[in-house]
Design a protein around this ligand. Structure first.
Ligand SMILES: [Zn+2]
Length: 409
């Protein structure tokens, strides 16, 4: 009996030759066809994969015996002789998504159909660029996987989203943990024992948004991602735009201010120094230091860290200082969005990332600044929406991406 993992990842490495190898490859093709197209009849498989009906029948029966394919009964829609539909059994394989944020780490388990089976969010964690932190991440991933109530053989791979510049194809990270000689994805894969894909958090969340239907029928869209950092996802003519090396969309590092504030990237005055979660935290600390009062004053006075999440929660509880800071950031973000609108003339502007939790406190000043600073002829084309997936998008997106990588779809 062969497992799904065997067909998807091991068949090519098998030492079988001739007919045996050919049959294994054909079964693998049947599985992949079903991943993309769902349940289908034997004659449809035979047509699409160019195999004879007897061959398809034999191979599908073997896959059924392996527990990989199930008979889903009669095809209700077709007239006359109704053939049976065959599809992939549920719970044959799973994927793990890990979203590493500046102040938390989040985990999800998804199945073959991208359905979220388990989610563990907001585990407190501090992202720093040190070997100890990388060790901690590896430990936390191992702990999450260990505690999942399923056969580890069924986990096909782990997708990890990180801030900073990442080349997902090569597996190298250029900011966090950039000292591993091998690609970071390969290094992590060896440490945790699964195939690993790494992706930048903006692109992971952008991909989830793109797949979730928000963009259906939309050809030109901008995904404005504001969490601890700031970046944009760009869809042009219905396709995500990556640039030559996958670094397109680094809006946060546009030199926008003469504020002498050092950005994470090493330069000064980047847009991100005023419009980002890190900027929001800094602004809050500065105000509290000056003696302004807030629901967060006590936390500050006790020397505790104040996070973007704390500020968003305080705003939701009508904290005036938090609301003011979010509104000011909304206005500045609106100017940046106006620039994007003038350049790209998008149909849709999606506000995503952690800031989407701020709702109108952020959106209204942002929209007002867009109206003020972009060309009205251009901005009247652009509809504003808030991400449906909110701050789960990175996690879902990166699990979808490892699935896509493994199934080669
Ligand atoms: Zn920068």
């Amino acid at each position: 009996m062969n497992s799904m993992k065997y067909y998807l990842t091991e068949v090519e490495k098998s030492t079988f030759k001739g007919v045996v190898q050919k049959n294994l490859q054909a079964k693998r093709d049947i599985i992949k066809f079903m991943v993309v197209n769902g349940s289908c009849t034997l004659s449809h498989l035979s047509d699409q994969l160019n195999m004879s009906i007897p061959t398809v029948t034999k191979l599908v029966a073997q896959l059924q015996a392996d527990g990989i394919v199930v008979d889903n009964g009669k095809n209700e829609t077709s007239g006359g002789r109704r053939p049976n539909l065959y599809g992939l059994a549920e719970s044959t394989i799973y994927f793990v998504g890990v979203d590493v944020k500046h102040r938390s780490i989040n985990f999800a388990l998804t199945d073959l159909n991208n359905k979220v089976i388990d989610m563990k969010r907001e585990k407190r964690f501090e992202l720093v660029n040190t070997p100890e932190c990388l060790e901690e991440i590896i430990g936390l991933i191992n702990e999450y996987v260990e505690n999942l109530p399923l056969d580890k053989e069924k986990i096909m791979g782990v997708g990890i989203s990180l801030p900073g510049r990442i080349n997902s194809a090569s597996g190298y990270s250029y900011y966090y943990f950039n000292w591993t000689r091998k690609p970071l994805s390969e290094f992590l894969g060896e440490q945790i024992g699964f195939q690993v894909l790494i992706e930048n958090e903006t692109r992971a969340s952008c991909y989830a948004e793109y797949q979730s239907g928000n963009w259906e029928g939309v050809k030109n869209a901008i995904y404005f991602y504001l969490s601890y950092g700031l970046a944009v996802g760009i869809s042009i003519d219905g396709k995500l735009y990556y640039g030559k090396s996958g670094f397109a969309g680094e809006l946060g590092h546009t030199p926008m201010y003469d504020n002498e504030i050092l950005c994470q990237c090493g330069k000064k005055g980047c847009l991100e120094t005023e419009v980002s979660g890190l900027a929001l935290e800094r602004q809050m600390r500065e105000r509290l230091k000056e003696g302004h009062s807030s629901l967060l004053s006590e936390q500050y006075n006790q020397g505790e860290q104040i996070t973007m999440k704390d500020i968003l929660n305080a705003a939701a509880q009508d904290d005036v200082l938090s609301i003011e800071l979010i509104e000011q950031m909304g206005e500045k973000a609106g100017r940046a969005i106006a620039t994007l609108i003038n350049i790209f003339n998008p149909e849709l502007l999606i506000i995503g990332g952690r800031i989407s939790k701020a709702g109108d406190y952020f959106l209204l000043p942002a929209k007002s600044a867009v109206n003020k600073h972009s060309l009205s002829l251009v901005n009247k084309d652009s509809e504003f929406v808030v991400s449906r997936l909110g701050d789960e998008a990175e996690l879902i997106g990166v699990a979808m991406l490892i699935r896509k990588r493994i199934l080669e779809i």
